[in-house]
Design a protein around this ligand. Sequence first.
Ligand SMILES: Nc1ncnc2c1ncn2[C@@H]1O[C@H](COP(=O)(O)OP(=O)(O)OP(=O)(O)O)[C@@H](O)[C@H]1O
Ligand SMILES: [Mg+2]
Length: 401
Amino acid sequence: MATKIKVLIVDDVAATRENIGKLMAFDQEITAVGQAASAEEAIAKARELQPDVILMDINMPGMDGLAATALLSGELPNVCVIIMSVQGEQEYLRRAMLAGAKDYLIKPFSGDELRQAVKQVYASEQNRRKVIPFDARQPEAGKVITVFSTKGGVGKTTIATNLAVALGTRTRQKVCVVDADLTFGDVSLFLNVLPRATAADLAADGDALESGQVGDYLTRYNDYVDVLAAPLRPEQAELVTAAHLGSMLKALRAVYRYVIVDTAPSFSETMLTALDEADHVLVVSSLDLPTIKNVKLCLEIMDSLAYSGDKVKLVLNRASGEGGMDVREVEESLRRPFAAVLPSDGKVVMPSVNRGIPFVVTNPEAAVSQGLFNLAKNIAGEAEGREEPRGVVHRLKRLLG
Ligand SMILES: Nc1ncnc2c1ncn2[C@@H]1O[C@H](COP(=O)(O)OP(=O)(O)OP(=O)(O)O)[C@@H](O)[C@H]1O
Ligand SMILES: [Mg+2]
């Protein structure tokens, strides 16, 4: 039998908790895994029990149910909160939705209403998490986005990995990160994955490259993102030629909606292939003079390669760093605006790199993460914002008149 929907019941009145438990007791699809008498207890139990759905009362002594909902929807985004309130608390409902609640129930409610609400929010959450299958025959083929700079250490890998995860999370489509920094690539380190194979192994498998069946050489990061890791040792870098990389990118763009290529800071033949194959090149700069000089040269070379202005986008990383140049002046000097400006934030970026968890996951609200989500939105051309289930919004509007 399929696994049951795990529900946590939160209400300061013991009799109410018991009643709610009884209303769900004989349902084959739902199981009450715990109860909490306060918001604080609810947060602790949610962390421990990882329920699918929380039935949350609003008015409780101490922290109220709305504050707990806001906190839990940030910390445990896969948990759905259903708010329970009494008639006359309509203003609370508006705030509940803003806090991230997925539905609401007005007390007293029937067993049918309760079970239906639990099943509906659970089903729509499962649906929301499904990866959207990508068909390369669709008019919009997979897009290759190459993150490049002629200067080392400007944040290419930081941007490539966080952008990939942001794109996957926001679009729910498949994303592949290709570590084309073949000598010193560290994408696997940034995403804390153990490569089951590398680009050098794939390069040696002519059949896979020819047929495009490259799945065995990829390492999974999460439901959306896979990694094609760089060779494990620097001396293996030369096993991957420019022609190999070209075939890899062609094969990957047939399967992935987005292919993000991290690069080494040089104009080698392999890097030129990564640039030629790209739909977008993100040229990363910072605000120091040597980098700006290099980026200017880099843009000139791209002009000479006849890359369109649309293809090449400038990204400013570590803006707001101490003693840097003025952003406007730099844009004027480079004769292009920055498509994204990411602040310097060592407190968020450094621990995320050291733990191998992208900061768009650990600190989604931080300005540097928001900058990357915006860049992802820009690339995906999709509407931003938390999607609320339409049915609930309609019902809420009706209720609020
Ligand atoms: N916005 C930022 N704020 C603070 N620190 C940052 C930021 N972006 C990158 N860093 C730090 O800068 C360092 C270099 O970043 P990263 O490895 O991404 O650069 P890179 O361009 O890929 O370097 P390489 O050319 O060596 O591959 C990392 O330790 C990272 O923590
Ligand atoms: Mg790097």
